[in-house]
Design a protein around this ligand. Structure first.
Ligand SMILES: Cc1cc2nc3c(=O)[nH]c(=O)nc-3n(C[C@H](O)[C@H](O)[C@H](O)COP(=O)(O)OP(=O)(O)OC[C@H]3O[C@@H](n4cnc5c(N)ncnc54)[C@H](O)[C@@H]3O)c2cc1C
Ligand code: FES
Length: 489
C-alpha cells in the first residue's frame, strides 16, 4: 500500500505527504494549489459551486467523466485518480466548447457558481444518454445559481449535451486505467487506510477496532466540514473492488455495498423501476456519483431513502467478517435509531434483492415526501409492494415507511389488513386505519405526527390508484408529486 497521496489535477501529477487525510479536495485545490476557480458555497454538497470532474474508468456503461462535490471528497478518496477543474478546460486563450456555450447563452452574471456549472456541463458534454428533458434537469440540478436564472444555463447545457468530439479529454478518458487506490497514510495522530483485499481489512480491524469505515464520504465528510470533528482513524472501503459490483441474476440481484447510487440508478431502471423512482428524488447527481448504497444503509437514518425502497422489495443485507457471511433481512438490519445489526469486525458487503416478479402479478412503487419535491430530506418515505393472485386478491404485501419511527420499518398491521383482500379501496382503507397500530410518529420541524400519519395513509391510497392498472408505473417528466397524477383514474 502506498504511503503518500498521489493524484492528477488537470493532467499534472501531484504527490502529497504533509496534508491531513481529512483535508478536502476543495481546500487542497484552493489553499495549497492556488486553483481558486473552484469555489466553496455551502461545504455540504448542496450548491455545487465546488464541482470538479473525476475520471471513473469503472462507471456503469463504461469509462466516464463524473461531476462530484470537491467539498465532500477527502484527499485519499482521489488516490491515483485523474481530476479536472475549471482551470483545466481552456487551451491557452481558446475556450472549451462548454465555456463558449455558457457565454453565448448569457449564462453567467456574478460568476460565483459558474465554474461549478461549467464542470457539470462538462459531464453533460460527454454523456451519450441525455435523451430526455428531465435527464438534463437531473444533470444540472446540483448547481444552484442565484442571479443568472436557470433558463440560459439550461439552454447552454442543451446545446452541448452529448456533443463531445475527440480531443485530449476523450483520449484521457480512454487511456486512464483503473488504478490501485491502496493506501496506508499517516499524519500525526491521523491514519487513513484503503485496503485492497479483505485479508488486509480484517487485519486492520483487529489492530484498530475503533477505526471508522468510510465509503463515498457524503455523510461522514459533513462531520468534518460542518461539525469540525476529525475522525482520527478511517478505513476506506473503496479499494475493495469486489464490494462495488452490481450483479444481476435470474433469482436475485446482488448489489455491492460500495456501488454508487448513480450506477445503481442506471442499472436498475428496467428490473426495479420502484428503486429507480426513489433514486430520482435522491440528492443531486454529484452526490449520487459518490454516495454508496452501503453508506446509505449504514447511517441507519430513519429518513434514509434506500431503506424503505429495498425493504419493500424484500431485500436482505449481506454482512461479512473474517469468519464468513451472514444474510439478514433488511427489517432486522435496523435495530434502533441509527443502529444496525453490524457487530464489531463486520462490514456491510452488499444487499441481495429477490427477483420475485417474473410470471406473477406484482405491483410496486416508492414515494418520497419532503418540503421541496426534489433534493430534500424526506419527511416520509415509503416503499410498497403487493403480489396479487389470479382473482386480484393480495397474496403478499410489504409496506415499508421511513420518517414514521426511530427506524425504517414494515407496517405489519396494515400489511395484514390487505392479505386475502381484493386490491381495491375497501382493503386499502382498512389498511390505512391500521397504520396507527404500526407507527406513533413524532412531531418535529419537518412535520407533525398528524401530518406524517396522514401522508403515510395517503401514500398507500396513492399506491392503489397508481398501480390499479399499471403494475410498475413510471413517472412523467416534471411530475407534480411523487405519486404519478397521470395514471390515477
Ligand atoms: C447534499 C446531500 C444530499 C443528500 N441527499 C440524500 C437523499 O436524498 N436521500 C438519502 O437517503 N440520503 C441523502 N444524503 C445522505 C448520503 O449522501 C447518503 O446516505 C449516502 O448514500 C451515504 O453513502 P456514503 O458512501 O457517502 O457514506 P459514507 O459517508 O462514506 O458513510 C456513512 C456511514 O456509513 C458507514 N459505512 C459506509 N459504508 C459502510 C459499509 N459498507 N459497512 C459498514 N459501515 C459503512 C460509515 O462508517 C459512516 O458511518 C445526502 C447527503 C448530502 C450531503
Ligand atoms: S461547496 Fe456547496 S456543494 Fe460543495
Amino acid at each position: 500500500m502506498d504511503d503518500k497521496l498521489r493524484f492528477w489535477i488537470n493532467g499534472v501529477a501531484v504527490e502529497e505527504d504533509s496534508a491531513p487525510p481529512t483535508t478536502t479536495l476543495l481546500n487542497h485545490l484552493r489553499g495549497s494549489m492556488g486553483l481558486t476557480g473552484t469555489k466553496e458555497g455551502c461545504a455540504e454538497g448542496d450548491g455545487g459551486a465546488c464541482t470538479v470532474v473525476i475520471v471513473d474508468p469503472e462507471a456503469h456503461g463504461g469509462p466516464a467523466f463524473r461531476a462530484i462535490n470537491a467539498c465532500l471528497v477527502l484527499l485519499p478518496m482521489v488516490q491515483n485518480k485523474s481530476v479536472f477543474t475549471v482551470e483545466g478546460l481552456a487551451e491557452g486563450r481558446s475556450w472549451h466548447p462548454v465555456q463558449r456555450s455558457l457565454v453565448e447563452a448569457l449564462g453567467s452574471q456574478c460568476g460565483y457558481c459558474t465554474p461549478g456549472v461549467i464542470m457539470s456541463m462538462f459531464e453533460a458534454y460527454h454523456r451519450k444518454d441525455l435523451d430526455a428533458p428531465w435527464k438534463l434537469d437531473d444533470q444540472m440540478c446540483g448547481n444552484l445559481c442565484r442571479c443568472t436564472g436557470y433558463k440560459p444555463i439550461m439552454e447552454a447545457t442543451r446545446q452541448i449535451a452529448g456533443k463531445a468530439e475527440e480531443d485530449r479529454f476523450t483520449r484521457a478518458l480512454d487511456q486512464t486505467p483503473a488504478r490501485s487506490m491502496g493506501l496506508d497514510y499517516a499524519h500525526g495522530e491521523q491514519r487513513f487506510w484503503t485496503p485492497e483485499d479483505e485479508a488486509t481489512l480484517w487485519d486492520l480491524l483487529d489492530a484498530h477496532p475503533q477505526a471508522r469505515f468510510v465509503a463515498g464520504g457524503t455523510d461522514l465528510s459533513l462531520e468534518i466540514t460542518k461539525r469540525f470533528e476529525i475522525p482520527p482513524l478511517l478505513i476506506s472501503l473503496e479499494g475493495l473492488g469486489g464490494l462495488s459490483r452490481i450483479e444481476p441474476g435470474p433469482d436475485r440481484w446482488r448489489v455491492g455495498a460500495t456501488a454508487r447510487l448513480s450506477d445503481l440508478e442506471a442499472a436498475c431502471a428496467d428490473a426495479f423501476p420502484a428503486l429507480e423512482r426513489m433514486l430520482r428524488f435522491f440528492g443531486a447527481r454529484q452526490i449520487k456519483h459518490r454516495a454508496t448504497l452501503g453508506g446509505n444503509l449504514c447511517t441507519a437514518s430513519p429518513i434514509g431513502d434506500m431503506a424503505p425502497a429495498l425493504m419493500a422489495l424484500g431485500a436482505s443485507a449481506l454482512l461479512r467478517s473474517r469468519g464468513g457471511d451472514r444474510l439478514v433481512p433488511l427489517e432486522a438490519f435496523f435495530t434502533g435509531y441509527r443502529q444496525t445489526a453490524l457487530k464489531p469486525g463486520e462490514v456491510l458487503a452488499g444487499v441481495e434483492i429477490p427477483v420475485d416478479w417474473r410470471g406473477v402479478d406484482v405491483r410496486s412503487a416508492c414515494y418520497k415526501v419532503s418540503k421541496r419535491q426534489e433534493l430534500d430530506i424526506s419527511t416520509v418515505a415509503a416503499g410498497m409492494w403487493v403480489r396479487l393472485d389470479g382473482q386480484g386478491r393480495v397474496e403478499a404485501a410489504r409496506l415499508a415507511f421511513g420518517g414514521m419511527a426511530a427506524r425504517t420499518a414494515r407496517a405489519a398491521a396494515a400489511e395484514a389488513a390487505l392479505l386475502g383482500q381484493i386490491w381495491a379501496e375497501e382493503a386499502v382503507e382498512a389498511a390505512c386505519a391500521r397504520l396507527s397500530e404500526d407507527f406513533s410518529p413524532i412531531d418535529d420541524h419537518r412535520g407533525s405526527a398528524w401530518y406524517r400519519r396522514t401522508v403515510a395513509a395517503n401514500l398507500l391510497r396513492g399506491f392503489l390508484l397508481e398501480t390499479r392498472h399499471d403494475p410498475a408505473p413510471r413517472l412523467p417528466y416534471r411530475t407534480t408529486g411523487t405519486v404519478n397524477p397521470e395514471v390515477i383514474s
